[in-house]
Design a protein around this ligand. Structure first.
Ligand SMILES: [Zn+2]
Length: 167
């Protein structure tokens, strides 16, 4: 009688995963760690879709992305003008994904949906020339007297008064 063949070793599937959630918790997304990259998107379509000055995304391959919970709560919006597809939670409105037609294998997820590290720092700025004039770009801030926790940007002073003479 032959010896029984050794049991095949199970391939270890120990890929670390990180979780993203919408505000209400109806939808949970998951990516394999680490994300491929992270970036700040200053484009007008993203600004409007999120209602803020700019959006910070992490990007990854769709093959490393999964909807873990709440697929039926996800609604899609095909943005034909910007050639992209966005999705959001139908319950709470949280933006979930942003896919661009020119990058069909990629998906972008707002960085803010992750409560843990994603493996990438956002070091890239896209469409900075579309940034609105009211966007905060790192100007010096000082505490606002009488309002703890509020900082403000002093109005710009004229660099040269007429009385300064000039030429
Ligand atoms: Zn939600």
């Amino acid at each position: 009688m032959r010896n029984p063949a050794p049991a095949p070793k199970l391939k270890k599937t120990s890929r670390e995963k990180v979780l993203a959630k919408c505000i209400c918790g109806a939808v949970e997304l998951e990516i394999d760690f680490p994300a491929f990259w992270a970036w700040h998107d200053h484009s007008k379509p993203s600004r409007r879709a999120h209602g803020c000055a700019y959006v910070t995304y992490i990007g990854t391959w769709k093959s490393r992305f999964r909807v873990k919970k709440g697929a039926k709560s996800i609604r899609r919006f095909d943005d034909e003008d910007a050639k992209g597809m966005r999705s959001f939670c139908a319950v709470c409105g949280t933006p979930l994904t942003y896919e661009r037609a020119r990058s069909p294998k990629w998906v972008n997820i707002p960085r803010a949906l992750f409560e843990t590290r994603t493996g990438r720092e956002p070091r890239y700025h896209v469409a900075l020339d579309e940034s609105p004039e009211w966007s905060y770009l790192g100007a010096k801030l000082v505490p606002l007297k009488g309002y703890p926790g509020v900082m403000w940007e002093r109005p710009k002073q004229k660099r040269r008064r007429e009385s300064d003479g000039g030429f």
